[in-house]
Each structure stands twice: as C-alpha cells, then as structure tokens.
Design a protein around this ligand. Structure first.
Ligand code: DON
Length: 358
C-alpha cells in the first residue's frame, strides 16, 4: 500500500517537475525573445553531428602555414546577446582569424571617420569577384567607384587599415589589435608562425597595396598598411572569441561578456550590412538567399554569423570551397540558423487581419 502511494507520489512529482521546466523554458523564451537553452543545445548538436565527418573542401595553401593545419578540426560556439555560451567540438583550438578581422576593423574606421565617409572612400558594394581580385580594383576605378569595392575584400581591408588614424606603424597596430580584443572581450595576439608564412608569400597583396597607393586610396605608406593588415589576419582566435565578436554586433555594439561598448548601434548596423552583401565574397548572394544572416568567413576556416538582437554563431573547420569559405562551417551555421528560425528576412506568422468594425 505504502509502496503504491510512493509510486503515485513520484509520478506526480515528476509531472510537476516537467511542467515547471517547460513553463520556465517558455517564460525564458517569452522574456528574452531568444530560443531556449534546449533549443540552442539541440540545434548545435545536430549541426555538429551531421557535419563532423564531412571531408569536402581543401585547406588554403597559398599561405603555406595554413596547409599544415589539421583538416579534421571542427568546433562551433554560440553566444547570445545576454551572454550565454553554448559550444561543442574543438572550441579552444586557436586558428588565424584571417578575413574575419575585416568587418571589425572596418567598424573601427567607421567610428573614426563616420559611416558616410567610409562608404565614399572604400565603397560598400559586392565585387562579385574573388577576395584578392586586381581586376575588381580596375573595374571599379573605370566605373568611377571607390577602387577598393568594399572593406571586406583584400583591397578594401588593406585600405581600411591604411586609413586608420595613427602616427606610426606601432600606433596603427595598437589601434587594430585593441579594437579586435575589445570585440572578443579578451587580449588577442598574433600567431607568429602564420604571420611569418603570410608575410613571406603575400606578393599579390603587395601589388594591391601599391596599386591603391597609386589610386590615392591609402594616404601613408602602403608597406605599413600591408604589414599591419597581414598581422591582423594572423591574430589567433578560437570559435568562442569569434562568437563574442559577432555577439557584440548582435547587441548593437556592446560586448555581452564585458559589458563594454565597442561601437555605436549605427556603426554595428552598417557593419552587418556590409557583411550581408560581401561577407562570403562571390557567394554572398547565395548565402543571403539560402541562410539570410550577415556573416564573415576567413581562409583559416572560421566563419561568424550574426542574428541581430539575438545571438552570434561561429564555426571553425579548415577545408574550404572554391570561394575560400569553410565547407563545414557554412553547413553547420546554415543548419543552426534554420533550426532556430534566425533568417532575418523571415517574418513571424501574425494572426490574420480582422476587418475593422464599421
Ligand atoms: O590576405 C589574404 O589573402 C588573407 N590574409 C585573408 C584572406 C581571407 O581570409 C579570405 N577569406 N575567405
């Protein structure tokens, strides 16, 4: 008899606990407008399991040190605007940030010179061409557009660095690294092996910097701009750092981990707009159409995507597709954003409009 009562009590208590968990999860969702912990976890785990064994793509090898990175590495991290972190896989592995640095330094330049001047000087349109295209510079010049195209291709990013206010190379570097660190919420530093390898082989970027000097887009020394740009690309980050950087844009410019304001909401919005149009280079249109969130990739294998007002998701897996975007990172982020309904172009279903009473 006693045993029977105990059994009924434990069933009742379990039911109450389940209702409490469900209610608090819905309350959490209603209060924050964010997916619940369980939804974040399951979307992330699903993306990780589905893509872990994918072997498509190839490490970048035009920077020799990148060819040596273990192609099996794979990690995902999500950071919400209220500072919650979810992560899976090789989340502490440090890799070079590469082009993912570009929008964050562009945000700094926008803060310094104003969003309009940045647009006039460097442009904000997609080039439709590879990230290191010299043809794009010439085409833009002929069409009387800013030769750089936008701050996310190599030309625009080298010019971004070259246009930061700085009295000398050290000041320029400090401006770049302090800004990237503020976005990440911790002091970042350069991976010297990657920097050396890239500095020894970046002849194409050198031509780009010199051409931009000839077109009067870089005010000072093109060699200095190129060197600081190369160091910027060699900064070591992990996926959690990238998620923090993206989440700082998702909040409108305040780092959710440190509480520090890094850029204004206006600068954050303009940065996200350029990421939407040019973040994945010639595949940016496909990405916007298929996934619908601003994102930025790097040839180190990282990608960060931002769902404004909600969260950022970052992934890392070295093998790249033809455009230079990580295959597994793209697929993992697409899967998570779809599962969590993050596409910024999707409008939540509203109740059908009722005719107004006469
Ligand atoms: O300048 C370069 O070519 C590299 N440091 C960065 C290129 C890059 O990451 C393009 N991203 N997909």
């Amino acid at each position: 008899m006693l045993a029977g009562n105990q059994g009924r009590w434990s069933v009742l208590l379990a039911a109450i606990a389940a209702i409490t968990i469900t209610t608090s999860a819905s309350a959490q969702k209603a209060a924050t407008g964010l997916p619940t912990d369980a939804e974040f976890q399951s979307a992330m785990q699903r993306a990780y399991s589905a893509n872990k064994a994918v072997t498509e793509g190839k490490n970048a090898d035009y920077i020799p040190a990148l060819a040596k990175v273990d192609p099996k590495l794979f990690g995902i991290a999500i950071l919400t605007v209220d500072g919650k972190v979810y992560s899976v896989g090789d989340t502490d592995h440090a890799f070079s940030i590469q082009s993912i640095s570009k929008p964050f330094t562009a945000a700094r330049l926008m803060s310094e010179m104003g969003v309009q001047k940045m647009e006039d000087k460097l442009g904000v349109n997609a080039t439709g061409l590879p990230f290191n295209s010299i043809e794009a510079i010439e085409r833009n010049k002929q069409q009387e557009e800013p030769p750089t195209g936008n701050p996310l291709v190599n030309a625009g990013a080298i010019a971004t660095v070259g246009n930061l206010k700085a009295a000398n190379a050290d000041a320029r570097w400090n401006s770049v690294i302090n800004n990237l660190s503020a976005f990440a919420g911790r002091n970042l530093s350069v991976d010297q092996q990657i920097y050396k390898s890239e500095a020894e082989t970046n002849t194409r970027n050198r031509s780009i910097a010199d051409l931009l000097k000839a077109y009067e887009v870089i005010p000072g020394s093109p060699a200095e701009a190129l060197d600081v740009y190369t160091r910027q690309c060699s900064v070591a980050v992990n996926v959690k750092d990238l998620a923090a950087m993206g989440a700082t844009l998702a909040t409108g410019g305040t780092n959710p981990l440190t509480g520090k304001t890094v850029v204004s909401p206006d600068v954050a919005a303009h940065t996200l707009a350029v990421m939407m149009t040019a973040g994945l280079y010639e595949d940016s249109g496909t990405w916007a159409y298929d996934v619908g969130v601003p994102a930025k990739s790097g040839v180190g294998g990282g990608i960060v995507a931002v769902v404004p007002g909600k969260y950022a998701v970052a992934a890392f897996a070295p093998p790249l597709d033809e455009a230079g975007n990580s295959v597994r990172s793209q697929r993992a982020i697409e899967s998570i954003v779809k599962d969590l309904g993050g596409n910024v172009f999707h409008v939540a279903k509203r109740p059908a409009a009722r005719p107004s009473p006469r």
